[in-house]
Write a new protein. Structure first.
Length: 278
């Protein structure tokens, strides 16, 4: 008798056969970006050892440039800003300043700390944008996977500063299913964390534009949660669009984000442009 083990739909490595090749590509492209673009590395947005971000500047830097914050994924437990510098290629190509941030990782810290760090980084960019040529009135944000989850907290109800637009790519918006996933022994999400930090259980501050995107070839929970969160935002009175990226998986969607002429790259450019609409 053959026993078939059901694959965990959240364990990306089991569903993307060339997972490690994607990671290697992110790192190689990011190293090239850091060599080719003018940048300020390891700018502190807080006092913590990992409370740093990298700023990347367009070739012709003008005053009052749009500023875009990218938040990496990795199920809150892996990767760093250096793995995703390549996102700045698309951001700077449309004349904006890219900020790629780091945050502490679970289980060393809990979700509360990471959410607070993302909010702190976003507020730091708003308060300091003019010092490096940015416009605090043209702030946008994007994130991939856990980074998309974290990006939603930049427009939480208690925020007095919110982005003008957001791109949420392959996000996790309900933490409950992760409690019994492969992550259980790795980050052990608590019931309180599920309640407090599931975007589908939260209200959100009004903002002009939110794009929710996912790869056509992702597992069912990512598709379902994207649809649910799009409807949830409409209830909150937020204009959102739901976009499927043809032939993309959970790893290729973020790879494409750093390439101008891909659908994902075009969505990122549109998000930055939307932040400039008055």
């Amino acid at each position: 008798m053959t026993v078939t083990m059901e694959l965990d739909p959240f364990k990306t490595r089991d569903h993307v056969s060339d997972f490690d090749a994607y990671v290697s590509d992110y790192q190689a492209r990011s190293a090239a970006t850091r060599k080719s673009l003018e940048m300020l590395a390891n700018v502190a947005y807080g006092a913590g050892a990992n409370e740093k971000l990298d700023l990347f500047f367009p070739p012709s830097l003008a005053e009052n440039c749009p500023v875009h914050l990218f938040i990496h994924g990795g199920y809150w437990r892996m990767f760093s800003k250096e793995d995703f510098s390549f996102i700045a290629d698309t951001v700077t190509a449309c004349g904006a300043i890219a900020a790629v941030m780091d945050y502490d990782l679970m289980p060393t810290v809990r979700m509360e700390t990471i959410v607070y760090q993302v909010q702190k980084a976003f507020h730091w960019l708003h308060d300091n944008a003019q010092k490096f040529g940015g416009d605090p009135q043209q702030l946008s944000v994007s994130g991939h996977s856990a980074g998309a989850h974290l990006a939603t907290f930049t427009f939480a109800p208690q925020s007095n500063v919110v982005p003008r637009s957001a791109l949420l790519l392959s996000g996790v918006y309900d933490l409950k299913p992760l409690q019994n996933s492969f992550l259980k022994p790795l980050i052990a999400l608590t019931d309180e964390e599920v309640l407090l930090y599931s975007p589908l259980r939260q209200q959100h501050s009004a903002m002009p534009y939110v794009t929710i995107a996912y790869g056509e070839n992702e597992t069912q929970p990512f598709l379902k949660q994207a649809e649910q969160f799009s409807e949830h935002l409409k209830i909150d009175g937020i204009k959102s669009s739901l976009v499927s990226l043809a032939s993309c998986n959970h790893m290729s969607v973020v790879k494409d984000l750093g390439i101008n002429d891909t659908f994902a790259g075009q969505l990122l450019q549109l998000t930055i442009q939307q932040a400039s609409v008055r």
